[in-house]
Design a protein. Structure first.
Lengths: 347, 408
């Protein structure tokens, strides 16, 4: 038991060390001016996608529930975070403070929405979470496509479907329905993105290695057995799901604040599936795998630009090749042997 | 398992670099990833000019959807820009271009990535982005980096707002909406009007808003106002039935052509035949694969370019485009063609040289575009305001026998 625990924390430290090393390497490259604009522009999106991937991994890999609407939480975080950043624009001078406030607001709202979605769904057995999160993603998209939110001296003004906001002079339309949010101040930066990844990793590893985490994994492995020993299934499912949603919200806020405009359609089913691909490719429950997959698959389509018309074809081929290789018996046997050898040394 | 994954990815990266290094004549940017390279290799004629002519080769970049649902626009712009660049380079003038056009799949995030790739390539002048949402995102980047941009078709007002170095070759969306209402009124086409629009699309919403604002003043009675959205854009029976039962004589369709093509087919099945009125997004419907062009018979649209016009410039352009790409150019192609030639004129008049930095070129271009008058395919005597919006007059067109025909 002791040995197993230390193995888990070794794994956690390894993951954190890889992230820190990657950050230091990229940051020094960037500050030395040796980084292409293309890669520099990708740094913050990579951070956002990495957080998305590890947060979804918590739901899919650790909790064992399939979520097909993770981009919906990202969307909630993006829109509320951007709104918070816009509202604080004249109140808080420091960019960093505004960014942190926006991430917090995004995380809180996404967490609340995750809680609301979870109340009915997490009580159910089977694949219902997948179906409901799928619908949730579509609903959120429609809501933000029809939501108008303005800010003036009297505070926030809200209207649905039509722009019926009656704002005083100098009021600012923040969310403009299908126009999304425009004129966002780009305050997201790589260092904050890195800090967010580290924070999420710490939260996830601590959760997984805690009493709650073991309960969550017990539910994943056998719900009936877990219930029979007195684990409150819904409560622990909710813990994992809301944590995952809140992280996705923070990722959404970070992502949105890196672009000057954001529209609800960006966070559609395709984005949810993209994040799911990161998780599956990286390995269920494997945080480092998710991080590597998210970073690699974000850079890959850009790095393949020289293939011009065949770019997405090559991208698809690479994806399939990686999936096949990952699951090929040869590679599996190889890693198995490596694991046994390592275990032998330890004994 | 991770080792295997990283090995494979490393292998792929290495392959990518090798492939690039082999086929590229271009520069390599410092960095861990593959260097940026032109995806649209220049025509033989566009190779860097011979030194004795002293011609200046400017690096011109742009992004647009070359894949995905809006690809027809991106391809049209790319093809026409290539054509214009080839023609200009063949003229042996002082100004020459090297074009690099990147795919953005009609997505703001990918457009910014594509823009950064172009920046690594050393882009001096930009064609912005083809579609509105990506163009809003890239215009913020070009503004921050002081690179001059004129978009052929990014028609949202947010593209221009608060940016002194962003210009448009097309009308802004609001302009299209009010111009359409004005046109319907002036030509007395109808008084009872139905509108079907896409309520999650910047382009559609922008036109809809100004159309609805202008309609009451012009005595147009909007009897049916229905919407659709991404994902619910295949069945229009409800919208069509609503317009039909309200007795609308004309249906205004501020949308791109893909949903419009379905509306035509489903309205025909429902036995409803009003006057269809579209805007520039309708342009391209005739080249949509698998579309029965007889369905679009009689569709009117407001667009600044008419491929059937018989002036020499349009005829030459349409012929050259058809010879090269095998289809009739649409308005997007014409706008892109005009953009490149407007650049040529502005660069010549300002006496710019290719060794100038993007920032210096930007200042020179702002000065030129706000003062010069340009005659192109999409209008005579075009001028630009300091806000970057173009002034030119739209032309009404109608689809007859599977071809666009000018109404005036």
């Amino acid at each position: 038991m002791k040995n197993k625990l230390s193995k888990a924390s070794r794994r956690a430290f390894l993951t954190c060390a890889v992230v820190v090393a990657a950050f230091v390497a990229l940051q020094s490259l960037a500050s030395a001016g040796a980084m292409s604009s293309m890669l520099r522009g990708l740094l913050v999106p990579i951070c956002a996608y990495v957080v998305m991937a590890i947060s979804l991994n918590l739901t899919v890999g650790v909790l064992g529930e399939l979520s097909l609407g993770h981009a919906g939480f990202m969307s909630v975080g993006a829109f509320t975070g951007v709104t918070a950043a816009a509202a604080l624009q004249n109140l808080v001078a420091s960019k960093e403070l505004r960014l942190i406030a926006a991430l917090l607001v995004g995380a809180i709202f996404a967490g609340i929405v995750g809680f609301l979605v979870g109340i009915p769904v997490l009580r159910l057995n089977g694949d219902y979470l997948a179906i409901v999160t799928l619908a949730f993603g579509e609903i959120i998209k429609s809501v933000f496509n029809n939501l108008y939110l303005g800010l003036d001296g009297h505070g926030f003004h809200l209207s649905l479907l039509d722009n019926k906001l009656r704002m005083e002079e100098g009021g600012r339309l923040i969310i403009g329905g299908p126009m999304g949010v425009g004129g966002i101040q780009k305050i997201a930066n790589f260092a904050t993105g890195f800090a967010l990844i580290m924070l999420c990793l710490v939260v996830i590893f601590n959760l997984v290695n805690s009493r709650a985490g073991r309960a969550i994994m017990a539910i994943r492995d056998n719900r009936i057995a877990a219930e029979s020993v007195g684990i409150p299934v819904t409560k622990y499912k909710m813990t994992a799901f809301v944590t995952s949603a809140a992280m996705a919200g923070a990722a959404g806020a970070l992502f949105a604040l890196n672009f000057s405009t954001i529209v609800a359609n960006k966070f559609d089913f395709n984005t949810s599936i993209l994040v799911l691909v990161f998780v599956v490719l990286g390995g269920l429950g494997n945080m480092l795998g998710s991080i590597v997959a998210a970073a690699a698959l974000t850079v890959l389509p850009e790095a393949l630009r020289q293939f011009a018309d065949y770019r997405m074809l090559v991208y698809a081929i690479v994806l399939i090749a990686v999936m096949l290789l990952r699951n090929s018996p040869g590679i599996r046997a190889f890693t198995e042997r490596a694991r046994i050898r390592k275990g032998g040394e330890a004994e | 398992m991770k080792k295997a994954l990283s090995l494979v990815l490393a292998l792929v990266m290495a392959l990518a670099l090798v492939a690039c290094g082999g086929g590229s004549s271009g520069s390599t940017s410092g960095g861990a990833t593959a260097p940026a390279e032109t995806t649209t290799p220049a025509e033989p004629a566009t190779e860097p000019a011979s030194p004795e002519t002293g011609a200046q080769v400017f690096k011109l970049g742009g992004t647009g959807p070359l894949t995905g649902g809006a690809a027809i626009y991106g391809m049209a712009v790319k093809n026409a820009a290539e054509l214009a660049v080839a023609e200009i380079n063949a003229m042996d003038g002082d100004v020459r271009f090297e074009l690099n056009f990147q795919d953005d799949a009609h997505d703001a995030e990918k457009a910014v990535n594509a823009y950064n790739t172009l920046k690594d390539w050393g882009m001096q002048l930009s064609l912005g982005s083809v579609t509105s949402t990506p163009c809003v995102a890239t215009s913020a980047e070009t503004y921050a980096d002081r690179i001059f941009a004129i978009t052929p078709s990014g028609s949202s007002t947010a593209v221009l707002e608060g940016k002194d170095n962003q210009f448009q070759m097309c009308f802004t969306d609001p302009n299209q909406g009010s111009a359409s209402a004005q046109y319907i009124h002036d030509k007395a086409l109808a008084t009872k009007v139905a509108v079907i629009w896409k309520n999650d699309d910047v382009y559609s919403k922008g036109i809809y808003d100004t159309f609805m604002a202008a309609a009451p003043e012009l005595g147009l009675d909007v009897v049916s106002d229905t919407t659709f959205a991404d994902g619910s854009d295949t069945d229009f029976s409800v919208q069509i039935a609503d317009a039909q039962s309200a007795g609308a004589e004309l249906v205004f369709l501020p949308m791109y052509y893909t949903p419009a093509s379905l509306i035509f087919a489903q309205a025909k099945a429902a036995g409803y035949a009003p006057i269809w009125f579209g805007v520039d997004g309708m342009d391209g419907i005739l080249t949509l694969e698998g579309f029965d062009t007889s369905l679009a018979e009689g569709v009117m649209l407001l667009t600044p370019f008419n491929a059937d016009a018989d002036d020499a410039a349009t005829r030459a352009f349409v012929e050259a485009y058809q010879a090269k790409y095998g289809e009739v150019p649409n308005q997007f192609a014409a706008d892109a063609y005009d953009c490149v030639f407007a650049y040529k004129q502005a660069l010549e008049q300002a006496g710019c040289t290719a060794d100038m930095s993007a920032e210096a070129l930007c200042d020179a271009m702002i000065a030129q575009f706000t003062t010069m008058t340009f005659d192109g395919l999409t209008g005579e005597g075009m001028t630009w305001g300091t806000d970057g919006a173009v002034t030119k007059s739209p032309k009404g067109m109608i689809i007859q026998n599977g071809a666009y025909v000018g109404l005036d």
